[in-house]
Design a protein around this ligand. Structure first.
Ligand SMILES: CSC[C@@H](O)[C@@H](O)C(=O)COP(=O)(O)O
Length: 360
């Protein structure tokens, strides 16, 4: 029996930090799911960087949490150095982790929080060891807070869902992508906990199959009725009247509400519009980037062609074929019926409403 076939059980923690400042980060290696539930010990910052880059840990909030702990691990060799050497190492580690993936703003948000904490502790005259401890407390705060944020998103989002709804989702915005409860999937988990009968349709999400490998696995773990479809089946399933709402996560949301998420999300939003189905984004406030007026400025990660030519270890295209492999696309605000945040639902999605909820 594989993990994929196993009975529902309590969802395992996708991210754990064990010990104090000399401790280490433990991640579920998401590239091994759904076949094996394997944990990866990250005892140095290079392992954390590689885990983020290779999607062993993935999903916008989870990347931010992992990077915050990555700073703690990366500073372990520097606490007995001078204050200047410790500070130089801090900036080196932060820059290094910031170079792992470009699109999810939560990565930069988390690193910025640690930078602010560093400055405050330095100004208070703290030693490198004391600063290291304060940074660990901040990383733990970011991690714990995400649990609360995800539950609040679930609660607000569940109010939009009626019993009997079919809900389509794309990629994985579940517990694996956050501290433990997800954003888009938090809405479905909450409906299920409330006894609301729903059925989730899961896009498999080419090329790396976060939908079929991770979302389907999470829904099975919680015993939530779900049906897996290939990405190119979404239009037909909508036409058949099986979908009442679409909910996905986001990696970065501009000030006007344009939202970057996994490649294919924009197409799903266009299909939803064509079928008169509301399309929602579920995301924490940490996913908003108000420095960008529109989604035009969102950096889109380009990934290795091998992920398409030799996806999941099977060659499905000639070696030398030209490949275009953007990891994300941007859904324009006008296609989004609402953005579900921990502070409530932004609807209609306008720059004014975004500014009001983010500031509130
Ligand atoms: C709560 S996670 C939201 C997004 O990060 C998620 O939908 C997504 O697109 C993740 O992409 P990935 O490339 O798997 O990190």
């Amino acid at each position: 029996m594989t993990i994929a076939d196993s009975q529902p059980q309590a969802a395992p923690d996708p991210i754990r930090y064990e010990g104090e400042t000399d401790g280490h980060l433990v991640l579920i290696d998401q590239t091994r799911l759904p076949v094996e539930l394997v944990y990866l010990d990250c005892k140095d910052v290079e392992t954390v960087w590689e885990a983020i880059k290779m999607l062993r840990v993935r999903g916008a909030p989870a990347i931010g949490i992992a990077a915050a702990y990555g700073v703690i691990v990366g500073l372990q060799t520097a606490t007995d150095k001078s204050a200047e050497e410790f500070e130089a190492r801090f900036h080196e580690v932060v820059e290094y982790l910031a170079g792992s993936r470009p699109t999810a703003v939560n990565l930069f948000w988390a690193l910025d929080r640690l930078k602010a904490k560093y400055v405050a502790e330095k100004e208070a005259g703290k030693s490198p060891a004391e600063i290291h401890e304060a940074l660990l407390a901040e990383a733990r705060y970011i991690h714990d807070d995400d649990r609360k944020v995800c539950r609040a998103i679930g609660k607000h989002g569940a109010e939009l869902i009626q019993p009997g709804f079919g809900i389509l989702t794309h990629c994985n915005a579940g517990g694996l992508a956050t501290a433990d409860y997800g954003t888009a999937l938090a809405v479905m988990f909450t409906c299920h906990d409330q006894g609301k009968d729903i059925h989730v349709f899961v896009d498999e999400t080419r090329p790396l199959l976060q939908g079929s490998r991770l979302t389907a696995w999470e829904l099975l773990q919680r015993d939530i009725p779900a049906t897996l479809i290939c990405d190119n089946m979404a239009a037909q399933v909508m036409k058949e009247g099986r979908i009442s709402a679409v909910i996905t996560g986001a990696d970065r949301i501009a000030a006007n509400g344009d939202s970057a998420n996994k490649i294919g999300t924009y197409g799903v939003a266009v299909l939803a519009k064509a079928h008169g189905i509301p399309f929602y984004i579920a995301a924490p406030i940490s996913t908003f980037d108000l420095s960008l007026p529109t989604g035009e400025g969102i950096p889109i990660e380009q990934r290795d062609p091998v992920e398409i030519i030799n996806g999941m270890g099977k060659q499905t295209a000639p070696d030398k074929v030209q490949v275009y492999n953007p990891a994300f696309d941007v859904t324009p605000a006008e296609l989004i019926a609402g953005i579900i945040t921990e502070k409530g639902v932004i609807s209609p999605v306008t720059p004014e409403n975004v500014a009001q909820v983010v500031a509130g």
